[in-house]
Design a protein around this ligand. Structure first.
Ligand code: SAM
Length: 270
């Protein structure tokens, strides 16, 4: 009961203080916090960083288990209350910074790679994911709350309507798993969209590696820019039909039917 009262008081503050420009929809549902916590399964001593801790809905529970962790928060006005809320749980190192520019690898000492978590600001989720992919070598896994539609795109398989650039690039680097959905009522203020929890675990080894990831990005972006066209058409500025045939890719296919491995093979022709 005491937990419920504290929670409802906090949720009222969330309604008053939420800033749209920072994508602030604060988690106010203890059942969802518990489910996320059990999905992350933090362990003492792990190197964890939370992106956008807000008032600490998730931070408090994770910190109480790991003992110390990092948080990257852009909104300086939230930080005193965050620190206050977490002071009894452990050592929280708050970096007041834009996660889009943050050097996550700077938090990794020796072999203790990072676990990255967060209820992400939905307005910057795609660029943030690409920023994290650039630092994937420092990361052991990631658990994020994202807009459900974005999670569905990330985990989509070839042949499915929402398979696209996000699916190919994220799946190239990671095993992508949708864990569960969260309704707008779990947040204050309630967002206009449904949410879902995503787990990303970098592949231990990429079986068909791209010679240059920039080429993979270019081929994927160019193909999906005109997703209704055949590869022969959409990729004609980059590759000939003969080059596609040489790596067993049917140039009359549309990009949504290509596997990640086939995209890599095309990129490796550049
Ligand atoms: N984790 C909190 C929760 O679940 O209640 C807040 C989640 S809210 C959806 C997103 C959080 O990310 C806010 O605290 C917001 O200020 C922060 N944020 C927004 N843009 C950011 C950025 N570029 N870098 C770091 N934090 C950011």
């Amino acid at each position: 009961m005491a937990e419920e009262n504290t929670q409802s008081g906090l949720c009222e503050i969330c309604m008053i203080k939420a800033r749209k420009r920072f994508g602030q929809n604060f988690l106010c549902d203890q059942n969802v916090v518990r489910r996320i916590l059990s999905a992350i399964a933090p362990q003492q001593g792990q190197n964890i960083v939370e992106i956008g801790p807000g008032f600490g809905a998730l931070t408090e529970s994770v910190l109480a288990i790991v003992g110390s962790m990092h948080a990257v928060e852009i909104d300086r006005d939230l930080i005193p209350e965050l620190i206050d809320a977490c002071s009894a749980c452990g050592d929280l190192v708050v970096h007041q910074a834009d996660a889009l520019e943050f050097d996550f690898c700077s938090l990794v000492a020796s072999v203790n790679k990072l676990r990255v978590i967060g209820n992400l600001p939905y307005n910057i989720s795609s660029p943030l994911l690409f920023h994290l992919l650039e630092q994937i070598d420092c990361i052991v896994d990631m658990h994020f709350m994202l807009q459900k539609e974005v999670v569905d795109r990330i985990v989509a398989t070839p042949g499915v309507k929402n398979y696209g650039r996000l699916s190919v690039m994220l799946q190239y680097f990671c095993v992508c798993e949708k864990l569960f959905e969260v309704s707008p009522q779990s947040f204050r203020p309630a967002p206009k969209v449904d949410s879902a929890i995503l787990r990303l675990v970098p592949h231990a080894e990429i079986l068909t590696p791209a010679h240059d990831v920039k080429n993979l990005e270019l081929v994927v972006k160019t193909a999906f820019n005109q997703r209704r066209k055949t590869l022969a058409n959409s990729l004609k500025t980059l590759l000939t039909v003969a080059q596609m045939q040489a790596v067993d890719v049917d140039a009359s296919m549309r990009p949504e039917r290509l596997t990640v491995e086939q995209f890599v093979k095309l990129a490796n022709c550049l």
